[in-house]
Design a protein around this ligand. Structure first.
Ligand code: ATP
Length: 209
């Protein structure tokens, strides 16, 4: 079965910690594509630092020449908060014959069972968890048995069904976060080598670095 990767995030801004794991997961799981979905109004956190047009434009710049990487603006075009369960239901209609693989870092996985209708999410897609430096495998307390039951033994398990499996995928560990990039920009320090060059140029210009 064909698989499509979905990488949601605030991308405030996009950086190599998003891009390199996404590429490695695309290659390891032989995904048809990875769709980058910038959030509109993230339900779980404070308003983003960069406006949505800029976040979106920087993702576009970052993935411009990468075959298989696509920008998906559906959450930005929808009014109100973006719940992943609604987004996935829409994507399922667009790609009815494919298995959707929702990609997230280990930190985001830690909060997964607090997401709106998380069990319905597992009925719509697989989860692919990218290991992240310093972030241990979370403890899901009362939800642990459900999470354990969904754990996939290997990548091949994801091609055998359209949804419901959770795969922990080790990727090159890059200790880069958008938080750190924002701190650099605000303190006048270069963000070179943390983000693709076109992203760096635009942001350093804007912050007169
Ligand atoms: P912030 O520092 O603002 O919290 P972030 O760098 O974590 O942002 P997001 O846009 O919130 O970036 O992340 C989108 C997705 O990418 C999340 O699933 C997150 O776990 C994952 N991710 C972000 N940075 C990394 C990294 N360095 N390695 C692996 N996954 C990452």
């Amino acid at each position: 079965m064909k698989l499509t990767g979905i990488l949601g995030g605030t991308f405030d801004p996009v950086h190599y910690g998003h891009l390199r794991p996404a590429l490695e997961i695309m290659q390891a799981l032989q995904l048809e594509q990875v769709r980058f979905l910038p959030n509109n109004e993230p339900p779980h956190r404070a308003a983003p630092f960069l406006d949505k047009d800029t976040r979106c434009q920087l993702v576009e710049l970052a993935i411009a020449d990468v075959p298989g990487f696509e920008l998906d603006q559906r959450e930005l075009l929808r009014a109100g908060p973006s719940y992943m369960v609604d987004t996935l239901a829409e994507l399922k209609k667009d790609y009815p014959d494919q298995g959707l693989c929702l990609i997230m870092g280990m930190d985001a996985f830690g909060g997964f069972t607090r997401w709106h209708r998380w069990q319905s999410i597992l009925e719509l897609c697989h989860l692919v968890i990218a290991t992240r430096p310093g972030v241990p495998i979370p403890d899901f307390a009362a939800d642990q048995p459900l999470i354990d039951a969904a754990m996939a033994g290997d990548a091949a398990a994801l091609s055998r069904s359209q949804q419901g499996q959770i795969l922990l995928q080790s990727v090159t560990l890059l200790d880069i976060s958008a938080t750190r990039i924002r701190q650099c920009l605000l303190s006048g320090q270069s963000i070179r080598y943390l983000v693709p060059e076109p992203v760096r140029e635009q942001l350093e210009n804007r912050y007169a670095i």
